[in-house]
Design a protein around this ligand. Structure first.
Ligand SMILES: [Zn+2]
Length: 57
């Protein structure tokens, strides 16, 4: 639960493994959510994906 799928694509598709009609979600705003299953997507770039920051307490 609460898992966010990160993608470098501006548009992602979701069908929840065939559980609902295939829909396309625009990630140009930086994020999106499937209207059927509620799956959240986040747009990321290859650069930021490679440089994940860890904050030490
Ligand atoms: Zn979905």
């Amino acid at each position: 639960m609460g898992n966010i799928i990160k993608s470098t694509e501006e548009v992602v598709s979701c069908s929840d493994n065939g559980q609902h009609p295939l829909v396309y979600i625009n990630l140009k705003p930086g994020f999106g959510q499937c209207q059927y299953c509620g799956q959240r997507f986040e747009k990321t770039t290859a650069e930021t994906a490679q440089t994940e920051q860890t904050t030490a307490a």
